[in-house]
Design a protein around this ligand. Structure first.
Ligand code: HEC
Ligand code: HEC
Length: 206
């Protein structure tokens, strides 16, 4: 009897403990516990996210403008109004992104308004270029410390939980609101896949 009454409490405490940064649960895969084949399956789902318009539109090369693309747009076009990220990546040289993309964790409710997130809107650094880059090349780029901002596997996982805490761009891309097609899956699934891919030794398709 006593044990039965205690049980729900124990279960609740367990759930609260498991819930980590940004409301996400970081799965614990021991190194080598995920096979290469399973790692490649996880990568295929990660690739579908990373190559989605909600992500690539900011991950453009040096000198390129941010892009408007996706089912909401007929074709991929450079950002209207001659917007350039510049070397600052925040548009400081011409017109700052923040003039239109405010920093806010409120939901994006107005279609075709400038979207916002909990981080200051900006282009990704040029070494993280993904626009028009094939998925397998993004894969090798992501595991190369020379081209990924010095992040190892655990740092890539932490990048996602940090984004969830700040309601940053990954969180936005998977749940952009305002009539935009989201990148596939949700943040927890993307975190689970990334952790599995890292535990498998970050395998990339040939
Ligand atoms: C003058 C206002 C304005 C400025 C300044 C501006 N934007 Fe935008 N941006 C918009 C609007 C409006 C949209 C939405 C267009 C639509 O949905 O039809 C948009 C959309 C975008 C998108 C597409 C998001 C998606 O759906 O994938 C990206 C990426 C983007 N902006 C990046 C930037 C960056 C980076 C800067 C700074 C270098 C910047 N913008 C500066 C107004 C602006
Ligand atoms: C508003 C522009 C913007 C959008 C949209 C965006 N990102 Fe980024 N991304 C950035 C910036 C800026 C950085 C650099 C920040 C950093 O390194 O901490 C970055 C860095 C990253 C990195 C680290 C890359 C590396 O090699 O270390 C990953 C992973 C990433 N973004 C994933 C995504 C995913 C997944 C999406 C879509 C769901 C997305 N981003 C959408 C701007 C954006």
């Amino acid at each position: 009897m006593r044990l039965l009454r205690l049980l729900p409490l124990v279960v609740l405490a367990g759930a609260a403990l498991a819930e980590g940064p940004g409301g996400l649960t970081v799965p614990a895969f021991a190194d080598g516990s995920v096979s290469e084949a399973e790692g490649l399956e996880a990568w295929a789902r990660i690739e579908a996210v990373l190559t989605h318009p909600r992500c690539v539109n900011c991950h453009v090369e040096s000198g390129a403008p941010p892009m408007w693309s996706g089912p909401e747009f007929e074709t991929a076009v450079p950002h209207g109004m001659n917007i350039q990220g510049g070397e600052s990546r925040i548009g400081a040289e011409l017109l700052p992104c923040q003039s239109c993309h405010v920093t806010s964790t409120l939901p994006n409710e107005v279609p075709h308004a400038a979207p916002h997130a909990g981080m200051d809107w900006r282009l990704a650094p040029p070494e993280f270029v993904w626009f028009d880059v094939p998925g397998p090349a993004i894969c090798t780029q992501l595991r190369d410390p020379e081209r990924n901002g010095g992040r190892d596997g655990p740092a890539l996982i932490e990048h996602i939980t940090h984004d969830a805490e700040e309601q940053g761009f990954i969180t936005w891309g998977l749940d952009p609101g305002a009539g935009r097609e989201p990148a596939p899956g949700d943040l927890q699934a993307h975190l689970d896949d990334t952790a599995a891919w890292v535990a498998a030794g970050m395998p990339c398709p040939e």
